[in-house]
Design a protein around this ligand. Sequence first.
Ligand code: SAH
Length: 343
Amino acid sequence: MNNDKNLLSLSLDELETLVTVLGDRKFRSKQIFGWLAKGIDSIDGMTNVPVKLRESLKDSGYYIGLPKVAAEQLSGIDGTRKCLYEFRDGARVEAVFMKYSYGNSICISSQVGCLMGCTFCASTMDGKSRDLTRGEMLGEVLKMRTLTDEDINHVVIMGMGEPFDNYDEISGFLRLINDSAGVGLSLRNITVSTCGIIPGIKRFTDDFPQVNLAVSLHAPNGEKRQLTMPVARKYGYDELMKACREYTEKTHRRITFEYALIKGVNDSEVDASELAGRLKGWLTHVNLIPLNEVKGRDYKTAEGSSVAAFKKVLEKNGVAVTVRRTLGSDIDAACGQLRATRG
Ligand code: SAH
């Protein structure tokens, strides 16, 4: 059990134990769980919970760990909202709300910073300060729902941090948000994105076959991948492909490969053909992301013509591919940028 005393980290079972220990009846746990899922920010706001139990919760050190909004940007174009959240200890992470034709989506962070060291990414520049807990991740979603006053239909764990470097809290979060006594979000509406930690992919395939998996590939082979992604030195390309194939075979779900196109690094037609050769005839989807240029990094975004040519090669080979739509282009849309500009 998580002992940071954030009520949002507790499962219904854990809440049941807690209210019993505090001398009340089991059914109170369902009331509390329901309030939390509504995004309530104070224990005293739980009006149908007896004052005595509310006082005991507070006296035992429990609180509702929703983040504060330290900075916020709202796109005037498409309703994209980017928040810099701050938790009680001052830790800051980003989350982004986006409106798509198929529903509203939130991209949340899983760690404060990141240890993975991808050379094009802003989130990893200062390393990792700590992991986020399951309750803090739930708090990112609940807070955004309150701020936007809109439903959240999809959650993508694609913000700051590497989810499989924080596996236990990620799995706790998935179970919490899926619980029908609370938010009740379908696991099919959740996507987890990894830089390719193979043991994490294997565990995830067994534990959460209904959850979508995205893998940040960014290169057509191991040598190129090692140039920008240190994790590729630890986990080989072929072995990664094998683990991804096992995910699609076991779950029958399409796997997404993210591919940030960097000018002169990985955006040639030769790169595209090599990638197509690997993915041909397999249940995949390639999401091409023209690189978001990050201050302090030398990489440039690929030209529009190379993006189009790259896409065409994949299509010719029957590989499903889309270019990521740029939402919130009038705000600091790239990963880690809001945090970087606010210090
Ligand atoms: N650690 C996880 C999730 C966080 S990053 C992962 O690696 O998948 C989310 C996605 O944004 C990843 O595909 C990541 O490689 C990509 N990304 C990071 N910096 C970027 C940038 N400057 N431009 C475009 N995509 C970037």
